[in-house]
Design a protein around this ligand. Structure first.
Ligand code: F6R
Length: 612
């Protein structure tokens, strides 16, 4: 995800572009840049890092004259965050500058072809291919050149284009990436999202796929690819900026919860090949290395560690290799037993967590093979790992993780199944069946998200409790740990997760009349056992919410033990964590909302924990 803006009008462009980008930083913030045309010269200013660095570099935009320009805030996908990889990208002739949001899927062969013809690339990005193609196809007419380019490229894009030879117009086009047009007395705009133009105008057009727009300071023309004009109704925006950045949701957390089906698809789909096998880009482990593994450690902090706990169950079950889930802060000081036959899987959304990074270094130093699951491209953990698998969750703004957790889980399933396949520990049929179920997860998650109103209602009932206990066995226990953390970190309710069979060894003394217990029972073969534990807490007065699968049959007396029940669809037992965590995230969110907590920025917490 990236953010693009463009402005052509009667005012200085650069300050307007910076103001627009400020409202798009939620789409990415690892580098930023602008290009402006002034006096026949097309100049690009760009830098790695937050928008503020760019702003300081160009004096808040004031030092750049010129009333036409484009801007970009980046979330790296192809090529690490660096000055060279930042947008805008210029074509070799210097005629074109472009900004892009999306992914050009066939950039590899296109780049190779252009290089063969002598084109020198200045970046590692997929985007630069578009700039170079504009040069290569240029026939003196930007419109027809652009049509040829979009007929050649595959993937998703919203593009903003400046041509130095036509210094009074911006072209833009989209396919499967968002793009809107803003209209004002002072000039016209393009942007990835409405908040970027709201400081200047509330009058907009939405663009559809494959529509090309040409902006000048006084005109906005929309065409189809055959240059037929398209008439579009103007729209008036009546939301405020902060609601618009959150896509109309009150908090980033709920927006990110709702984005999970898309984030999962983006993480899973590219790893499944047409012939039904798994391809792990960024992993160089050979069959022989995998077969020689004697132990796997999964090392992480917080929610990422909870993914590791799921990973222990799943990887052991599928590969029969012993797995330990380790807290990074403990692993680094425990003299870990790792050697060349150990695989250390590091999990981190930010890729900057200090303890996780230190654990990675410790593992490498001891000769282990390291494989990292990271969301932020070019982060320290990604840079220092020999093998990196990116979760394609996009930027996660809310401090409490949701979509990163879900995509990390998906990566764990793919890794487990990949190792099982490569080492011959699973039959072809079982492999295909599980892979089909992994690809169905995004749709199943989408169906569970429809339970949001029901959970919001339940949350009203539990919002003012002081304590909560989450119980489950095996994988249900692993999810209970995450569910409990989610609730406590954003609602400030004291909460603990217990292996359901363990509670009676001490902690059950805390259960009294009205204590809130959430029982997770989605692991079918263990449901009767967990139901017995529900009986134990119910007998001591607990108020029980049961999260279970659709076809769980409860006898009348069992149903009587449960105060509320949430049923979710079923999949293979090993994949159930991806589904059962969703109602738990929603419950935590709605309880915190009912308590009027600062959900996206809970007290004492930071998104990236770069201290020990
Ligand atoms: C909880 C949460 C944290 C992180 C932990 C690790 O909602 O987000 O527990 O999971 O701080 O962070 P990363 O994944 O960036 O290493």
């Amino acid at each position: 995800m990236c953010g693009i803006v463009g402005f052509v009008g009667r005012k200085q462009a650069a300050p307007i572009l910076l103001a627009g980008l400020e409202h798009l930083e939620y789409r990415g913030y690892d580098s930023a840049g602008v290009a402006v045309i002034d006096n026949g010269s097309l100049d690009v200013y760009k830098t790695k890092g937050r928008l503020q660095i760019l702003s300081d570099m160009i004096g808040g935009g004031k030092i750049l004259p010129g009333t036409i320009g484009i801007g970009h805030t980046r979330w790296a996908t192809h090529g690490k965050p660096s000055d060279d990889n930042s947008h805008p990208h210029k074509s070799s002739s210097g005629r074109f500058a472009i900004v892009h949001n999306g992914i050009i899927e066939n950039y590899g062969p296109l780049k190779a072809e252009l290089e063969k013809k002598g084109v020198a690339f200045a970046s590692e990005t997929d985007t630069e291919v578009v700039a170079q193609l504009l040069d290569a196809y240029y026939d003196g007419d930007t419109f027809s050149t652009l049509v040829k380019v979009i007929e050649t490229i595959e993937g998703s894009f919203a593009l903003g284009i400046l041509n130095r030879d036509n210094p009074h117009e911006i072209y833009a086009v989209r396919r499967s990436s968002p793009l809107i047009v803003g209209l004002s007395e002072d000039g016209n705009f393009i942007a990835s999202d409405i908040p970027a133009v709201l400081p200047f105008t509330r009058t907009i057009y939405h663009l559809n796929d494959n529509e090309i727009v040409r902006l000048t300071e006084d005109t906005v023309e929309i065409f189809d690819t055959a240059r037929r004009p398209i008439v579009r109704e103007k729209e008036k925006v009546d939301w405020d900026v902060s609601a618009a950045e959150k896509g109309g949701y009150p908090h980033f957390m709920i927006k990110e919860i709702m984005e999970q089906p898309e984030a999962l698809s983006k993480t899973i789909a590219p790893r499944i090949t047409h012939d039904g096998s798994i391809t792990l880009d960024g992993v160089q482990l050979t069959k022989e290395q995998l077969a020689a593994l004697t132990h796997i450690h999964i090392v992480a902090c917080g929610s990422a560690y909870h993914v590791g706990v799921v990973g222990k169950y799943v990887i052991e079950e599928l590969t029969r290799i012993p797995v330990t889930a380790d807290l990074a802060s403990e692993f680094r000081y425990q003299n870990p037993i790792v050697d060349a036959h150990t695989l250390v899987i590091i999990i981190s959304q930010s890729g900057e967590t200090a303890d996780t990074l230190a654990a990675l270094r410790e593992a490498k130093q001891r000769g282990a093979t390291v494989l990292s699951i990271v969301n932020v491209v070019g982060s320290s953990i990604a840079n220092e790992s020999d093998n990196v698998l990116y979760t394609w969750a996009g930027p996660e703004i809310s401090v409490a993780t949701t979509k990163a957790y879900s995509t990390q889980l998906a990566m764990i399933y793919l890794i487990a199944l990949y190792i099982a396949g490569q080492t011959g520990k699973i039959s072809k049929e079982a492999f295909s069946s599980l892979l089909t179920k992994i690809s169905a997860l995004p749709e199943q998650v989408a169906s569970i998200l429809k339970l949001a109103p029901q959970l919001e209602q339940l949350a009203q009932r539990y919002a003012y409790l002081e304590h909560a206990y989450f119980l489950g066995r095996n994988l249900d226990y692993a999810v209970a740990m995450e569910a409990s953390l989610k609730l406590k970190e954003i609602s400030y309710i004291h909460s603990e997760a217990y292996a359901a069979g363990e509670l009676k060894h001490g902690t059950i003394s805390l259960i009294e009349e009205g204590t809130f217990v959430v029982a997770l029972a989605c692991c079918e073969r263990l449901i009767p056992k967990t139901l017995s534990n529900i009986k134990e807490v119910k007998a001591r007065g607990a108020e029980v919410l049961l999260v279970t699968v659709e076809n769980c049959q409860l006898a009348d007396e069992q149903a009587d033990e449960v105060d509320h029940m949430i049923r979710i669809p079923q999949t293979n037992e090993l994949l159930m964590p991806s589904l059962e965590v969703i109602p738990c995230q929603l419950l935590g969110y709605y309880i915190a909302k009912a308590r009027d907590c600062d959900i996206d920025k809970p007290r004492n917490l930071a998104k990236s924990v770069t201290v020990e």
